[in-house]
Design a protein. Structure first.
Length: 302
């Protein structure tokens, strides 16, 4: 949790593979590929829900194994992995900027926008809108149990945005005043369902009730191609100590504590998914997924 946000996690994984390639003592390209695959596997296990993580690793290692021939020398393989990692990182930061540009068009002066948790893509949209001199207000949920909403609120306030934090449970009370909700995504399934920080789906239901627009801002490496094969996105279950203290648990041994980190918002609660490739209704996301991941399944994702 020192590195949070699905985009940042993916870029950190790319940096880690670059580091493996640079510092490896492998003697042959085959040994280096084994080492990189092990690193990739370990990285993938770090956060099971954010699909940006395996997508980043598959982009780099898939690219390296495609470019590898019998005559490839160690130095060339190292360079290839470094180049692919840098390529992923720059595509990722570029995607966030494009999402900012596209998404800002949907913010108008006078808006009250609600967001949940801390998403780089959402923050970029709000900061772009602010830099276009649009005057709007933002409500940010606390995002229990780890309060990442405070990070979002602090960034927005530092940049002159009129922002208030509200308890997660106050969403329904304010929703009738909200013009649009914008949240990020950790994974998007082939049916357009969005996996994001716990509480997102509850906000979506409340927005649906008041006919408030509900947007998702996500780079395309948040699309989960495995869901085309019928796989489900695993929901990370985190420590109970994020919810209650060790002392409280010891004093109340009969109480179990559950702490899922993400939930799933079905496509019917989502108006638009804003990506760096354009805006899509959730029902159209499957076509984008097939275009971006055209290779025969399931070999690509092993
Ligand atoms: P960006 C975060 O998860 C939040 O759920 C956020 O909405 C999502 O990743 C996307 O964030 P966590 O890593 O990639 O804080 O837009 O558990 O920054």
């Amino acid at each position: 949790m020192e590195i949070r946000g699905a985009g940042r996690i993916a870029r950190a994984a790319a940096e880690a593979l670059k580091e493996t390639a640079t510092s490896s003592r492998a003697k042959t390209p085959a040994q280096l590929m084994i080492e990189l695959t092990r690193s990739g596997q370990k990285l993938k296990e770090a956060r099971p829900t954010a699909v940006s993580l395996p997508n980043s690793i598959n982009f780099i290692l898939g690219g390296a194994s495609k470019g590898l021939t019998r005559s490839t020398k160690m130095g060339a393989l190292r360079k290839m992995v470094i180049r692919l990692s840098d390529d992923f990182i720059s595509r990722s930061t570029n995607a966030v900027s494009i999402i900012g540009e596209i998404g800002a068009k949907r913010i108008v002066s006078g808006d009250l926008v609600l967001t949940h948790c801390n998403s780089e893509a959402v923050t970029q949209i709000l900061l772009d809108a602010k830099s276009q001199n649009k005057e709007f207000q933002v409500l940010v949920t606390e995002t229990r149990p780890r309060y990442q909403g405070r990070l979002t609120a602090a960034i927005l306030a530092r940049n002159g945005v009129d922002v208030s934090i509200i308890p997660d449970s106050a969403c329904r009370l304010y929703m009738h005043e909200v013009d649009r909700v914008i949240v990020g995504a950790d994974a998007i399934a082939s049916n357009g369902a969005v996996v994001n920080k716990i509480g997102t789906s509850m906000i979506a239901v409340v927005a649906h009730e008041t006919r408030t627009r509900f947007f998702v801002a996500a780079e395309t490496y948040k699309l989960s191609p495995r869901t085309l094969l019928g796989d489900l996105v695993e929901i990370e279950e985190r420590s109970p100590l994020e919810v209650v203290s060790e002392k409280w648990m010891a004093e109340n041994p009969g109480v179990k504590v559950k702490n899922p980190s993400f939930d799933i918002t079905p496509p019917e609660y989502i108006d638009l998914i804003i990506t760096e490739q354009g805006v899509f209704p959730p029902q159209g996301i499957v076509f984008l997924m097939k275009e971006l991941y055209p290779e025969p399944l399931p070999l690509t994702f092993e």
